[in-house]
Ligand binder design. Structure first.
Ligand SMILES: Nc1ncnc2c1ncn2[C@@H]1O[C@H](COP(=O)(O)OP(=O)(O)OP(=O)(O)O)[C@@H](O)[C@H]1O
Ligand SMILES: [Mg+2]
Length: 574
């Protein structure tokens, strides 16, 4: 992306805050003017009060001073307040936008993007953009104006002395640009190392069990230590530069100030100037130091902000490959059939994981999908809620191609228990009612009972209000599964997808849950995937999928009599 384009896009984020920015700029300009006025006021203070012993001035000056300090305080307060709230507002807007964009992206996106990276976009990059915007605004409208104001005072007070200053003082700012360049270089490596640290953190904390099980603690600790050491090294360099910059500037500035004292003193002694002018001049020169440093930092902050903006915009520009069409219609309540016609699907565009699937499922049918691992069962059911789109062929519900329907209406008619149970770090109740927080306690309890989860939930320390831990870590695998089943049952959707929903249960509970599920399957269309063939014995139709194709279909009895693939699978389990 071009720098200009980037900046224009960034400015669009500032648009809603126009008034705030305008007011902040006004306050910053006012503050700069008042600071210059303060420096100038040393002249009448010294010349009129101390040298000329002017009583009238002695009475008037304090009031002017109070007024200047008061106004400066007020303008500083508002400029800081406005600028900081503006910055936080930008962070908030960006975070909301990135978050909703991330959740609009299809599942395939998450298979290729590390979580740590996405988190870093929302947390770090938005902050760096805020810093760049605040720094750029303050740098131009506060620091730069301050520099101009003070230069004006200096020239106005004594242009000859100003010429001397002009010769010597730039010396003091050589280190500013020298160190500025160094900082910029370091900040890039710094950024990359911080990203590495967060990646290792994310990976090892979410994978802590495997780290333990494989005894990899020492290895991970070493890997982490090395990265943190590297970061430390970079920061030490930064500190070194930072602590050198001040003294060197002061030393070189001291030379300039010595020249000013010598020439200015000479002017005062020979009567060409007054002590008031001299001290007001000196004060202004010293006061220029900070704003110039501020101005010199603008560029590095902007560069960092632009780098972050590039990363954020690249993410925001990632188009979702699965979206509602403009003319998409809501799916009317499911009534007749779901049809797969010549469906092929490939994850990578090369290997077809599903090949020419033809299947018609009637309303109310219970379809079981069986077959060897990796055959394509999960892939097939993932096409129904459009987690992925078919590569070839079409899937139709009551004659409507899935791609012509709105995603919300389509997914509303499906309840899914996925192969990996997914629970949130929230209460049992909210986990069951996920997707519809308005459900009553009675309904939640009924769903829990149907999923055979009620008994163990009652035993939990806080019952339905127990927090289950990250990904349900405080529950057993079977308990997690039963909560997922309860969640799907509560949704009460006409199409039910159960992908190994009971695989983590012992045979006895499985049979219990199975009974409950069978009750539920009555007025529903159900896709059941199971390795344990005992659980699908009663399905209306059993589909055997191998290597992405349907190799056999029929009910339990006929398939056994066929002595084909199903018979083989069945044989292996007995
Ligand atoms: N996100 C993905 N990207 C690329 N290939 C994938 C992806 N997910 C699955 N596959 C591949 O697609 C094939 C079918 O996988 P799928 O998960 O549908 O199998 P399955 O029949 O559900 O197996 P299991 O019984 O073990 O759950 C496998 O060969 C797998 O390697
Ligand atoms: Mg699977």
């Amino acid at each position: 992306m071009q720098e200009k384009e980037l900046i224009i896009r960034l400015l669009s984020f500032l648009k809603p805050h126009k008034t705030k920015i305008f007011l902040a700029i006004l306050c910053m300009i006012l503050g700069s003017g008042l600071t210059s006025a303060q420096a100038y006021m040393i002249k009448p203070l010294l010349d009129e009060i101390f040298v000329n012993k002017d009583r009238w001035m002695l009475n008037i000056l304090p009031f002017v001073l109070i007024l200047v300090f008061l106004l400066k305080g007020i303008s500083n307060y508002f400029s800081t307040f406005l600028l900081d709230t503006l910055g936080q507002g930008i962070i908030r807007d960006l975070r909301k936008k990135i978050f909703s964009h991330i959740h609009s992206l299809p599942i395939s996106f998450f298979h290729t993007t590390p979580t740590g990276e996405l988190i870093s976009r929302v947390i770090n990059d938005s902050t760096l953009i805020q810093m760049a915007v605040s720094r750029a605004l303050a740098g131009v409208f506060k620091d730069l104006f301050q520099v101009f104001g003070l230069i004006f005072v200096v020239v106005y007070l004594n242009w000859k002395l100003a010429l001397v200053a002009l010769v010597f003082l730039p010396l003091a700012f050589i280190p500013v640009s020298h160190f500025g360049r160094k900082f910029r270089k370091l900040s890039t490596t710094n950024q990359q190392t911080v990203a590495q640290v967060s990646n290792i953190l994310h990976e090892t904390i979410t994978g802590h069990k495997i780290v333990k099980a494989f005894g990899m603690e020492r290895y991970e600790i070493k890997r982490f230590s090395e990265t943190v050491d590297k970061l430390f090294g970079i920061i030490v360099k930064d500190i070194k530069n930072n602590s050198l910059q001040g003294p060197i500037m002061e030393l070189l500035g001291g030379l300039g100030i010595t020249a000013i004292i010598w020439y200015g003193g000479h002017q005062v002694i020979t009567g060409q100037s007054t002590p008031g002018i001299f001290f007001a001049f000196l004060t202004s020169i010293i006061m220029i130091y900070n704003p110039i440093k501020g101005v010199s930092n603008i560029n590095s902050a902007i560069q960092q902000g632009l780098a972050s903006a590039t990363r954020i915009f690249t993410l925001l520009d990632t188009k979702s490959s699965i979206q509602d069409k403009a003319e998409a219609i809501p799916l009317p309540p499911f009534q007749k059939e779901i049809g797969f016609a010549d469906v092929s699907f490939s994850y990578d565009g090369k290997i077809d994981v599903l090949k020419d699937i033809n299947l018609t499922v009637r309303f109310g049918e219970v379809i079981a999908l069986v077959g060897t691992s990796g055959g394509g069962k999960t892939t097939l059911v993932n096409l129904l809620p459009r987690f992925f789109d078919v590569t070839k062929g079409s899937i139709k519900i009551d004659g409507h191609d899935l791609r012509d329907l709105t995603m919300t209406s389509l997914r509303n008619q499906m309840a899914i228990v996925s192969q990996q149970t997914i629970l949130f770090n929230d209460t049992v109740k909210s986990n069951i009612a996920y997707g519809d927080p308005s459900r009553s306690d009675q309904e939640i309890i009924a769903a829990a009972k149907a999923a055979h989860a009620y008994d163990f939930i009652k035993e939990l320390p806080n019952g339905f209000d127990t927090v289950v831990g990250e990904s349900g870590a405080r529950l057993s695998g079977g308990q997690q599964q039963r909560l997922s089943i309860a969640r799907a049952l509560l949704k009460n959707a006409p199409i039910l997808i159960l992908d190994e929903a009971t695989s983590a249960l012992d045979t006895e509970s499985e049979q219990e849950v199975q009974k409950a599920l069978e009750n539920l399957m009555k007025d529903r269309t159900t896709f059941v995937i199971a390795h344990r063939l005992s659980t699908i014995r009663n399905a209306d139709r059993i589909i055997v999928i191998q290597d992405g194709t349907i190799v056999e279909e029929g009910n339990h009895q006929t398939l056994l009599e066929n002595k084909g693939a199903y018979y083989m699978l069945h044989g292996r389990q007995h």
